[in-house]
Design a protein around this ligand. Structure first.
Ligand SMILES: [Zn+2]
Length: 479
């Protein structure tokens, strides 16, 4: 019997067995390819498929999961979900109703021209081989790496209060990097930092002409960095390119605004947050030019969807508007517990994990400058590209980031290339030192497939877009 038929038949059997019952199936097919110096390093593919059962009894939620899509497998998972509701009644935090599970119906399909099941693994390998060969532009390049993760994910959700939706995602993570060496000096330059391009897109992404031009720039800049000066240690103006802003937004806006973190759920694992419930509607998070949105409705961004995994319809929402903190990253469950405004962000890493508060697409809106105008406003500063390293405390206050490539700015002009550019600051003063954003047409979209959180651990995909951003009086330093 087909999985779809089993799901419908078994759901009918169980849907009246608790106050609320939902069945969610996830089927994910992943192809993972790595090419090093023109030669295959890893070519693998795997399928992952299973069912999550969620039930509610007397206001308490229980979960059971199985990869055995049979009557026996589903019976066992349902029994585990029942046991969990009994256990949680003894340590009750909050009594929920099925109002936190909207009866949504519909379909979402990632925007794409050529679905990923229409490109062969041999074609992807050929693309990676050619880009890897191009990345190794000289003997000074000791490692030229081209990698791709190509993911097709299908999700279906049925609930006893009437939800019935289907979502189909096509996702590509594609990175390119050149590592150059001369004597004891080693430098790596990559396409937008180690994560590369992370998008919901079809096979049209694999455009060899565009990628080969990127490879030329990357390998040239890796060699250039070998003889570059170290980034100076001083307090000066700082311009961050969108491929560093993605991590800056992720770590110092995304994580601290997660409502479950603010409620303390994550304090033994991923950490807490400096943000307090009373800060919403009041805290001057950043300069008034700062507008940050939660927006899963954007086409092609890594974490776009129509419904979160409990059926809450996705909507664009301001988290920070004109610099003021407006809303947190909290699902309907966290909103009910905290009384705070939130978003459609209950998401899980797979069928064997319960959905929790996650980022999706968290985007910084553009401003009114061209990049040339922004640079011309700086008498002394550094521009930094592509995240290389990061560190931030458990409360998401103090941070330090390293980038791959920098340029000194003197009297409004880009001058020397700088290696090992780093900066450090504290979240609220940093965002309040924002002094300029480039125009909406300069906004670039990236993401990460590796956002970790939860206990047991969940690694999830997120998207971030940003313009170039100028910050005043920031501590920068070399490696
Ligand atoms: Zn993260």
């Amino acid at each position: 019997m087909q999985t779809e038929n089993i799901l419908d038949t078994e759901f009918k059997k169980y849907k009246s067995s608790a106050d609320f019952v939902a069945f969610k199936t996830i089927h994910e097919h992943t192809r993972d390819l790595s090419v090093r110096n023109g030669k295959p390093d890893d070519i693998s593919s795997f399928d992952d498929q299973g069912l999550l059962i969620e039930i509610m009894r007397d206001g308490h939620i229980g979960y059971g999961a199985t990869c055995e899509m049979t009557s026996d497998g589903i019976k066992s998972a349902f029994s585990k979900a029942l046991q969990m509701t009994e256990a949680s009644q003894k340590k009750s935090v909050h009594k929920f109703t099925d109002h936190i599970r909207p009866p949504s119906r519909g379909e979402f399909i990632s925007a794409r021209q050529k679905p990923l099941d229409q490109i062969s693994t041999a074609e992807i390998y050929d693309f990676l081989k050619k880009t890897s060969q191009k990345l190794k532009s000289s003997d000074q390049i000791i490692t030229a790496a081209s990698d791709a993760m190509v993911i097709e994910c299908d999700q279906r959700y049925l609930s006893s209060n009437g939800a019935d939706f289907h979502q189909n995602f096509n996702i590509i993570v594609n990175s390119l990097s050149s590592t150059a060496q001369s004597g004891s000096e080693t430098q790596t330059r990559s396409l937008h930092g180690g994560r590369g391009n992370c998008l919901q897109i079809g096979a049209e992404h694999f455009n060899l002409d565009v990628a080969l031009r990127d490879c030329e720039t990357i390998s040239h800049e890796a060699i250039e960095l070998l003889s570059a000066e170290n980034c100076p240690t001083e307090t000066c103006d700082l311009i961050l390119a969108p491929d560093q802003m993605l991590l800056q937004i992720h770590e110092s806006i995304g994580h601290p605004l997660e409502l479950d973190r603010i409620l303390g759920d994550e304090r033994n694992f991923a950490g807490w947050s400096f943000v307090q419930p009373a800060d919403f509607g009041k805290l001057q998070y950043g300069h008034p030019m700062m507008n940050v949105i939660f927006d899963p409705t954007v086409s092609n961004e890594m974490a776009s969807f129509k419904f979160d995994e409990i059926g809450n319809p996705a909507e664009k929402k301001y988290l920070i508007q004109n610099g003021i903190l407006k809303a947190g990253l909290g699902s309907l469950e966290s909103q009910a517990r905290s009384g705070l405004s939130g978003v459609a962000n209950a998401r899980s890493s797979s069928w064997n994990r319960a959905p929790i508060d996650r980022m999706a697409n968290i985007n910084l809106e553009g401003g009114d400058l061209t990049l040339e105008e922004m640079i011309s406003k700086v008498s002394r500063g550094v521009i930094m590209f592509a995240n290389r390293s990061w560190s931030i405390d458990d409360y998401r206050r103090k941070f330090q980031f390293g980038c791959e490539y920098g340029k000194l700015i003197e009297n409004g002009k880009l001058t020397k290339t700088l290696k090992n550019p780093n900066y450090r600051s504290v979240t609220i003063p940093f965002w309040n030192s924002l002094a300029g954003l480039t125009k909406p047409n300069t906004v670039e979209t990236y993401g990460s497939p590796y956002c970790g959180k939860g206990e047991p651990s969940q690694i999830i995909r997120v998207g971030h877009s940003s313009p170039y951003a100028l910050f005043k009086n920031i501590e920068v330093f070399g490696g």
